[in-house]
Each structure stands twice: as structure tokens, then as C-alpha cells.
Design a protein around this ligand. Structure first.
Ligand code: GRF
Length: 215
């Protein structure tokens, strides 16, 4: 079944681009119903417009509370008939009105091997900790920041001489493969959240899938 995606961004939008490209290539049976940014200057808005997509910018400062803002986001996504929300570099904690509206239907991409390094500056923190391996995770969104159930990961090596930029670039290559695959699995009904448990092909997932496991 073809899904209608709502993609939420705050910046560059390279993951948004990977989703646009996968749809164009026929690798992902879905359409992007709307791209919403919380920042008017987000470069991802331009990418979306160039791809002919509907865009919207909703700024927190135009709303009197966090809840009012989240309710506006939920309303905009619903109005576009969205059935899966994809956070793609959306730098904002998602609140209750939005989570309830899209319960079990919201994914996030996070540049670390969760549960390690929730939050920001993941590459710097992985380097400071002397990790030899780093990566990216896709998870269902819950009220806990970067704390929802993870179902897909890709790893990259940390190489001698790496700095945060070189490591981020290596991770980003994997991000761009991972998000379209995760959305495809959701769209095909292969992955879904049942309570706190991720079901993959109908069976509880005991550890996140790895990109190498294939589709
Ligand atoms: C990515 O590293 C993503 O994992 C994180 O924020 C960054 C967004 O990059 N959540 P982009 O805007 O998709 O290029």
C-alpha cells in the first residue's frame, strides 16, 4: 500500500533528499504529502520545492505554547492525509499532541548506535569516548528523546585521524541508505510497533536489524 509521508525537517534536508530519490527510483512505494520545517531558513525547504513538493513552515514562536504548536503540526499533517511521519533532522522534542495523533506512526533517524549517545553532538561524543564503531539508528518516536524502540541500524568504523566532520560524513552515507529502507519496511507492513515491542514480519524483534541483513 502506498503511504503518504509527512517529513519534518529543521535544516539541510539530505535525508529528505534520500527519500525523494528512493521514491523517484521506484525503490519506495510512497509519496511525500508535505514537508514541514520549524525553521524558515532550512535548506531542505528549497530541496522540497525543487522537487515540486508541498511545503510548510510552522514556527514555535507563532504559538502560545508547546502544546499549541504540536497540535498545529498534527493538524497540518492530518489535513494532508499523512499516515507516516518521518522526522529527518527535526531538531525539536516532539510533544504529546503530535505523538498521540500519530501514535506508532512516527519514525526518527538518529546518528548514533542507540541507546548510545542520545541527543546532540553524537560524533564528537563517540570520538571522545574512543569508540571504534559508530553509526546510525532508526526508531519509532516516543515521548523520550531518541529513546523509542530501535529497529534498524548501520555501523561504520571509526578510523585513526577521524574528526567529527569525517566521521559524520561516513555515517551520513549510511543514513541515506537506511531511512528509505526503514520507510519501505513500514510501508510494506513488515515493521510495526505493538505496545513497546517492534514486530518484524509478525515476530518480535529482539535486536535491531542491521543494514547488512538486507531487505
Ligand atoms: C542527520 O545526521 C540525522 O541523522 C540527524 O540530523 C541530521 C540531519 O541531516 N537527526 P539532514 O538535514 O537530513 O541533512
Amino acid at each position: 500500500m502506498s503511504r503518504r509521508l509527512g517529513v519534518l525537517i529543521s535544516g539541510r534536508g539530505s535525508n529528505l533528499q534520500s527519500i525523494i530519490d528512493a521514491i523517484r527510483l521506484g525503490e519506495l512505494l510512497a509519496s511525500i504529502a508535505v514537508v514541514i520545517s520549524n525553521r524558515p531558513e532550512a535548506a531542505g525547504l528549497l530541496r522540497a520545492q525543487e522537487a515540486g513538493l508541498d511545503t510548510l513552515c510552522l514556527r514555535q514562536k507563532d504559538y502560545e505554547s508547546r502544546d499549541a504548536y504540536d497540535a498545529a503540526l498534527a493538524g497540518a499533517l492530518r489535513a494532508k492525509g499523512v499516515d507516516l511521519v518521518c522526522l529527518a533532522g527535526f531538531m525539536r522534542l516532539v510533544g504529546k499532541p503530535l505523538l498521540e495523533a500519530f501514535h506508532n506512526r512516527m519514525l526518527n533517524i538518529h546518528p548514533s548506535l542507540l541507546p548510545k549517545y542520545r541527543g546532540v553532538h553524537t560524533h564528537e561524543r563517540a570520538l571522545a569516548a574512543g569508540e571504534t564503531e559508530h553509526g546510525v539508528s532508526i526508531h519509532f518516536v516516543t515521548p523520550e528523546l531518541d529513546g523509542g524502540p530501535v529497529f534498524l541500524q548501520a555501523t561504520v568504523p571509526v578510523l585513526p585521524g577521524d574528526d567529527a566532520d569525517t566521521l559524520a560524513a561516513r555515517v551520513l552515507v549510511e543514513e541515506h541508505k537506511l531511512y528509505p529502507l526503514a520507510i519501505r519496511w513500514f510501508a510494506e507492513g513488515r515493521v510495526r510497533l505493538d505496545g513497546d515491542t517492534v514486530l518484524f514480519d509478525g515476530a518480535p524483534l529482539t535486536a535491531p536489524k542491521r543494514l547488512d541483513d538486507g531487505a
